[in-house]
Each structure stands twice: as C-alpha cells, then as structure tokens.
Design a protein around this ligand. Structure first.
Ligand SMILES: [Zn+2]
Length: 305
C-alpha cells in the first residue's frame, strides 16, 4: 500500500541565532563522547529498534532514520500546498486526536499516554482520544520507531515498537515529527554547528544526514533537542558521524525529553498563546520557555504553511 505523505514545509523565512549559554544546566559528567556513552541516546535507541524496518512491505518506507515517506518525496513539498499543521481550535488549543493500538500492554499504554500528556504541560497541543475526527495519529507497534512529518490527512501511523521504542524521549521525538518537525542535525544552518563525517557513515545511510531547508522559527540550533541525533548515529566504524563545532567535546543528542527550545518551537509553529497552557506543572520548564520567548521576536517569523 502506498502511503500519501506530508512533509514539513521547508520554506525558511528568517533565521536568527540567539546566545543561550548559561540558560540550560550543563552536565559534563556524561558527555556522550564515546560509543558506549551514546548507547541510550534517542538516535541509538531508534537505530537499534529499526533494524527490521523496511522488511515488511505492508509498512511505510522509512528514510532519515525514522521518518516514513512515500516514493517521489524528493520533488514534492506537499505541506506548503496542503498544509500539514494540525488545526487550531477556537479556544487556542490544537487538539490532535489519537488512537493507541491494543497491541500494547497496560504499562506501555500508560507510558505512551504520559508522553502524549507531556505536550499539554508546556504547549497548546492537546492529544485527545479519537472519536469521529477524520485526521488522527494512529499509534501502533510496527517494526521500529517512525512517523510521518506533519499531518497527512486521515489516520497516520506513528510506530512505537514494543521492542525498543516505548520510552518518553522516543515518544516525544516521534510525535514532534507528526507535529511537523525534522531532525535537528538536518536544519538549514547545521553546518555552522556540526560537522558531518560521511566517511564514517554506513554506506547507504548517507541520506540521514541530508540538509533540509527547514523553518527554524527564530530558534537557536540546539544540541540538546530531543530531535538531535547522537555523535555515533549510523556509524559504520564506531567513529563519530556528527561532531559539534567549534567545540568538538560538547555533548550532543543526549536529551531524555523535549528541551526548552523544542517546546519553544512547538509554541511558535502552532502560535500557542502562553496563557493557554496549564500553569500548575513544571514551572521551571515554563519559565525557561518564557525566557526564550523574550529573547526572540516572534513577530519577525513568517511561516508559510
Ligand atoms: Zn526521528
């Protein structure tokens, strides 16, 4: 079955970079600079869980590590033509209907629901059980962790394999794809922040490192984004494939959950009104978000979707 496809609209309208040093806590004890340290990075977990992706012909074609695509992707930019954002309700929230397959255990289901609910703590995204809505996120355990990028119309699979994908970081990562986000290291301005060592990449996997003309929403490049792959992603020889610049020792791809910048991007892409979120949870993270909001100027950012 050929899946139709929606990919994040990639018109870059304005790029700003803001210094954010000191804003986030730094943890130098566990920098992820060795292959072993990198074992639990989002990309390593996804890579391991996705070893069988593509073997089942009834499942979508998966590229870029964990993004489901149809053939003919290269020439298309369907998001700009059709719009791949989820629709905003008149109350300022964006309700994204979901279904969770009964393949999951009760415990796995709870973990997934916690992951869905985490978006409501700091953004206007509200994952709600699907009833009669046409478009929804269909969470299943297929042969890996993957998602389409953006809303594609109808039920769209987000695969969270029971073998290796039911973790908070991966759940948030795949749902951020479904909301319209790409990997951090494919950002349009990534060459200013990371060096890609294609000579260390598994032959045939180079497409995972292709640069995309992303909309960066006036937010800084974020090594700590839950969408950033680890240093050894798709390495063929245990040598790094992504090296940060100018300081090659900075930790990358170590996020265990959405970073303040990931949250900021969701709020900018969906033009969330900061008064719309719940004020009773995670005040620290919300404050960081507000700080970031003040640093940027949302008025300068035009998003054509
Ligand atoms: Zn991904």
């Amino acid at each position: 079955m050929i899946f139709l496809f929606a990919v994040l609209s990639v018109l870059l309208c304005s790029t700003h970079s803001y210094p954010i040093e000191g804003l986030f806590e730094k943890n130098n004890d566990y920098s992820g600079n060795t292959v072993e340290d990198d074992d639990f990075s989002v990309s390593t977990l996804i890579e391991k869980a996705n070893v069988n992706v593509g073997k089942n012909l009834s499942e979508p074609l998966v590229m870029f590590g964990d993004i489901a695509v149809p053939t003919g992707f290269q020439n298309a930019d369907p998001c700009t033509a059709r719009g791949c954002l989820w629709r905003k309700s008149s109350d300022g929230n964006v309700y994204v209907p979901f279904r969770i397959s009964n393949q999951f255990s009760q415990r796995e289901r709870e973990t997934i629901i916690q992951g869905l609910e985490s978006f409501a703590q700091s953004t206007c995204i509200r994952f709600t059980p699907q009833r009669r809505q046409r478009d929804f996120v269909d969470i299943q355990s297929l042969s890996g962790c993957f998602s389409f990028v953006g809303r594609r119309g109808g039920g769209q699979v987000v695969s969270l394999s029971r073998q290796g994908c039911v973790f908070r970081s991966i759940i948030q990562h795949e749902l951020l794809h479904a909301l319209g986000f790409n990997h951090e290291q494919t950002r349009s301005d990534r060459d200013e922040h990371v060096r890609i060592l294609l000579e260390n990449v598994i032959p045939g996997m180079e497409h995972n490192f292709r640069k995309i003309e992303t909309i960066n929403l006036g937010t800084p490049y974020d090594y700590n984004s839950v969408m950033h792959y680890g240093r050894f992603a798709f390495s063929r020889n245990r040598e790094p494939t992504i090296v940060p610049i100018p300081d090659p020792n900075v930790a990358i791809g170590r996020a265990e959950q959405m970073s303040p910048t990931d949250i900021l991007r969701v709020n900018r892409l969906y033009q969330c009104n900061s008064t719309a979120f719940r004020r009773d949870r995670q005040p620290a993270q919300r404050n960081q978000f507000l700080q970031l909001m003040q640093m940027g100027d949302p008025g300068n950012v035009n998003v054509y979707l």
